[in-house]
Write a protein that binds this ligand. Structure first.
Ligand code: NAD
Length: 485
């Protein structure tokens, strides 16, 4: 057994359900294996919740709601901040767990834990500023007050690509607003989400305020979304599943926040700084092996700099070190699951059949684990599947454009509208891009669109509402008007 395999065997905890403040495991509950994507080996068996467990989670969250709603925002804030401190203290430990179950390099995993701690802190403070307002009355005596109240018991379903930051946003938003929550982290990456829960448990969160369950995703979401006791759900994942959940939740008209798929366009204008843009975009594209909803993906590059930009980009791609995320110096890990590997094979083969040129990669990187080479494809017709379907992998798609207008119209042609990026020094072009791109987030000469203090979300079929920022807290609040005379 080599050192990395030994680490996997001893460091990876057995995941449990978290129901009403208790860690619950075993008995005759069904289980599923959790795999290490770098080796394909089983790390542990994950317990699925039974219907009785789901019911226990729901009853616990329901019972805990009145007291949590009545808890002073300052006290809720204190608990969230204490949990943030614990996450920072445990960052190295949790990062290794994340790399074992998800695959990303451990340095990336550590940054995600620190960003999750910052997210707990942001909501801890924002919860203390959940101001209502006084609206001037129509008469001298009329007084109109607007109150913000927690929506109630919430459900959250989070994905495997960012197993810490996606639960952190939903947990902290709900708890800071005074809601209680049932969380279902992705079954493929259970322990990272559980460590976020554990930090709150250890910080003194009252039993029932937060519960964590696992199972067959459709069964868990079906059970919770059918219940009239759940007031709101929050989902991060694919557009297809988002539509399914929205339809299910319509029966009881639940509020929803959904952060769904994206297919981010990158417009590189003729006046862009090629070297700087290539540095930023290669790091951004291949972060988390491209399994990022805001990953820069469809590149529309000005004709006059097309070949120079491609050369600068490919030169940097060749320096990426693919391997087990626990190994020193590795800059890109495996795909998180075999489904993504199959998708890469299908999408690249289809693009090549449509006439795309392969400038780098284009095939699996290793025969053990779920590795795919960092890939650059050029001149891809819009009829190719991956110009329409979110690739969610390490694929950069390069295309030539003749004008900014052409780039904008091609950027806007898909039903997605999550993130978009542009590289230019021209202020008139910046204004045009800001006005005309159909997107929830736009980075200009920057890929930094995700931070706790700013709203994160999409338009069109990329989602409903925002997480983080002031908007992230308001998403867990109802508004009540009191009119007095
Ligand atoms: P998928 O559509 O089967 O699942 C996406 C996520 O939704 C997973 O976390 C899964 O556990 C969850 N899920 C699936 N069915 C569910 C249900 N009925 N109820 C509740 N949760 C459910 O696809 P996948 O193979 O896991 O991921 C591939 C696609 O998902 C990607 O191509 C990408 O478009 C999308 N995705 C997006 C994000 C994001 O950050 N927006 C994250 C992960 C996956």
């Amino acid at each position: 057994m080599d050192m990395l395999h030994r680490a996997a065997a001893t460091e990876y905890p057995v995941p449990a359900l978290y129901l009403n403040g208790q860690w619950v495991n075993g008995a005759d509950r069904p289980t599923e294996p959790v795999l290490n994507p770098a080796t394909g080996e089983t790390l542990a068996l994950l317990t699925h919740a039974t219907t009785a467990d789901l019911d226990a989670a729901l009853q616990a969250a329901k019972a805990a709601f009145p007291a949590w709603r009545a808890t002073a925002p300052a006290e809720r804030s204190r608990i969230l901040r204490a949990a943030a401190t614990l996450l920072r203290e445990r960052a190295d430990h949790i990062a290794r767990i994340m790399t074992l179950e998800q695959g990303k390099p451990v340095a990336e995993a550590r940054l995600e834990i620190l960003a999750s701690a910052d997210t707990y802190d942001w909501y801890a403070e924002e919860g203390r500023r959940n101001y209502g307002r006084i609206v001037p009355g129509r008469t001298l005596n009329q007084r109109l007050s607007v109150l913000h109240e927690p929506v109630g018991v919430c459900a959250a379903f989070t994905p495997w690509n960012f197993p810490a930051i996606t639960p952190a946003r939903k947990i902290a938003g709900a708890l800071a607003a005074g809601c209680t929550l049932i969380l279902k982290p992705a079954e493929e990456t259970p322990n990272t989400g559980l460590e976020l829960v554990r930090a709150l448990h250890d910080a003194g969160l009252p039993a029932g305020v937060l519960n964590a369950v696992f199972g067959v995703p459709g069964n868990v979401s079906g059970y919770l979304l059918d219940s009239p006791d759940i007031a709101k759900f929050s989902f991060t994942g694919s557009t297809a599943v988002g539509k399914l959940l929205a339809a299910q939740a319509a029966k009881t008209l639940k509020r929803a926040t959904m952060e769904l798929g994206g297919h981010a366009p990158v417009i590189v204008c003729a006046d862009a700084n090629i070297e700087k843009a290539a540095d930023m975009l290669v790091a951004g594209k291949f972060r988390n092996a491209g399994q990022v909803c805001i990953s820069p993906t469809r590149f529309y590059i000005a004709d006059s700099i097309y070949e120079d930009f491609l050369a600068a980009f490919v030169e940097r791609v060749k320096k990426i070190k693919v391997g087990n995320g626990l190994e020193e110096g590795v800059t890109m890990g495996p795909m998180a699951n075999p489904r993504r590997l199959d998708a890469m094979k299908r999408l690249v083969a289809d693009a090549v059949q449509h006439g795309a040129r392969v400038l780098a990669g284009g095939k699996p990187a290793d025969d053990s684990g779920f590795f795919w080479e960092p890939t650059v494809l050029a001149d891809i017709p819009e009829t190719a599947a991956l110009m329409n379907e979110e690739p969610f992998g390490p694929l950069a798609l390069m295309n030539r454009v003749q004008s900014v207008d052409e780039a904008i119209s091609r950027a806007n042609r898909l039903p997605y509208g999550l993130a978009a990026y542009a590289f230019t020094q021209d202020s008139a072009v910046r204004t045009q891009l800001a006005r005309q791109l159909q997107t929830g987030m736009l980075g200009i000469n920057s890929l930094a669109v995700s931070m706790p203090e700013a709203p994160f979300g999409g338009v069109k079929e990329s989602g409903w509402g925002s997480e983080c920022g002031i908007e992230g807290l308001q998403a867990y609040c109802d508004v009540k008007l009191i009119s007095e005379d």
